[in-house]
Design a protein around this ligand. Structure first.
Ligand SMILES: Cc1cc2nc3c(=O)[nH]c(=O)nc-3n(C[C@H](O)[C@H](O)[C@H](O)COP(=O)(O)OP(=O)(O)OC[C@H]3O[C@@H](n4cnc5c(N)ncnc54)[C@H](O)[C@@H]3O)c2cc1C
Length: 406
């Protein structure tokens, strides 16, 4: 049985960092805001390394995304200062820079090409010889053949970031509903709210779907606007640097080893994050022996001393990926329904700019210039018939592992 409990200007479905920043910014702009998630502050941020890698993550064919990534990286220092003030919590932001290194001549050639692309794109990075790399980071393997020093790619602790966002939301008056949203309500061709797992109905003027890799699974979304988002699994290790070994690394160090990306992110509190695998395995979040082995093997090739450190945690999480690896931001073809999802491997980096873009669209109805290339309609140009809603999905809780990606 349904009970209509609450109505707000904005309802955010999903309390990962993207839903949280959207809710926080929306409430700051004076919109009454509710957020539904059984465990706000969870999601991929529990696993993510927290690299703010606008420059080192530059890929061929992703120049459109570069503009958004750089804009968000530039906003980070001010964003964390405001968030830390609003929440009274630290986020672990470190302006430490990044060193991308090559271990053989193929990697070196690849890194040289990346350097040229960065320069053509107006980004700052500096080519270093192997010796110069080891002078900066003495724990690097003697065989390092050269590298790129990127002083502008920093890091934040995503767990602390998520926790600070939960508190900032609470203090700004966001109403939390710690429950699963089962079904989108569509009335007269407009999204009008959701039904929660306990049957409670939440009504809202605007609904923002920020369910990460599960965004396409909410029942009741008309077929034409179902977000094309799929889960991309990543396994990550956490090690601890004992005080006697500090400073083990002073900045993020990364490389491509036999075609796989490996990175080591040293936190100020002694935690060392080693990541990450990239696997198309549906919603499976099993930590596998093979995943752990590959990460340790590659990290050991890069920084041999790593095998001396205590291994304190292994985890797997799901990146919400869209077909073009860029986020989906703003209004859909269904009136009243917005998306804030598909941030894939850059969700932590893109948190500040996503909050700003979504607050703008929720208050004005328009995407700001910066957000326009990321409109969901780039994948779904057709209009939605007013009576078109999908039948309810049989999935009412988080899907079981080993399902196929949407
Ligand atoms: C291994 C790994 C390493 C990464 N490293 C980095 C990095 O170094 N730098 C970087 O920038 N990014 C990184 N990322 C990516 C980043 O973590 C993600 O892009 C980001 O956390 C996605 O946040 P989100 O809020 O969109 O989704 P999620 O974190 O998936 O959160 C979605 C939330 O929505 C909730 N939800 C879903 N459906 C419903 C529903 N129907 N009702 C209620 N709640 C619902 C879920 O419970 C969840 O809490 C990494 C990710 C992984 C997995």
């Amino acid at each position: 049985m349904r009970t209509s409990v609450q109505s707000s200007d904005v309802l955010v479905v999903g309390g990962g960092i993207i839903g949280l920043v959207t809710a926080w910014r929306s409430a700051q702009r004076g919109l009454s805001t509710t957020l539904a998630d059984p465990e706000p502050g969870g999601g991929a941020a529990r696993v993510a390394a927290g690299m703010l890698a606008a420059v080192t993550e530059l890929h061929y064919g992703e120049q459109m995304l570069l503009g958004l990534n750089v804009a968000s990286a530039e906003r980070y220092p001010e964003f964390v200062a405001e968030l830390e003030e609003a929440s009274g919590q630290e986020t672990g932001f470190r302006a430490c820079g990044t060193l991308s290194v090559a271990l053989d001549s193929d990697d070196r050639a690849h890194l040289r090409e990346l350097h040229a692309l960065q320069q053509r794109s107006g980004l700052r990075s500096e080519w270093l010889t192997g010796r110069e790399c080891r002078r900066l980071e003495p724990m690097l393997a003697p065989g390092v053949r050269g590298g790129l020093r990127v002083d502008g790619d920093h890091q934040v602790d995503p767990r602390r970031l998520a926790s600070a966002l939960v508190t900032a939301c609470e203090r700004t008056g966001v109403g939390f509903r710690r429950s699963w949203a089962e079904r989108l309500l569509v009335t007269g061709g407009r999204a009008t709210g959701v039904v929660l797992a306990d049957g409670t109905e939440l009504a809202a003027g605007q609904v923002v779907l920020a369910g990460g890799s599960l965004s396409g699974r909410l029942a009741g979304i008309p077929e034409a606007v179902v977000p094309p988002v799929r889960p991309v699994k990543g396994q990550v290790l956490r090690l601890t640097v004992p005080p006697a070994y500090a400073p083990f690394l002073s900045r993020t160090v990364r490389a491509v080893v036999r075609g796989s990306h490996v990175y080591l992110v040293p936190r100020a509190n002694g935690e060392l994050v080693v990541g990450a695998t990239t696997e198309e395995q549906g919603w499976d979040t099993t930590v596998t022996a093979g995943g752990v082995y590959e990460l340790l093997r590659d990290a050991h090739e890069l920084v041999p001393g790593i095998t001396e450190l205590p291994l304190t945690e292994t985890r797997a999480g799901l990146r919400p990926a869209s077909p073009d690896n860029a986020p989906l931001l703003g209004p859909t073809a269904l009136d009243g329904l917005h998306l804030a999802t598909g941030h894939h491997r850059n969700g932590v980096l893109l948190t500040p700019v996503t909050g700003d873009v979504m607050a703008h669209v929720l208050t004005t109805g328009e995407l700001p210039e910066l957000g326009r290339p990321f409109a969901p309609r780039r994948f779904a140009p057709t209009a939605v018939p007013s009576d078109a809603s999908r039948p309810p999905s049989p999935v009412t809780t988080a899907p079981a592992s080993q399902e196929q990606p949407v």
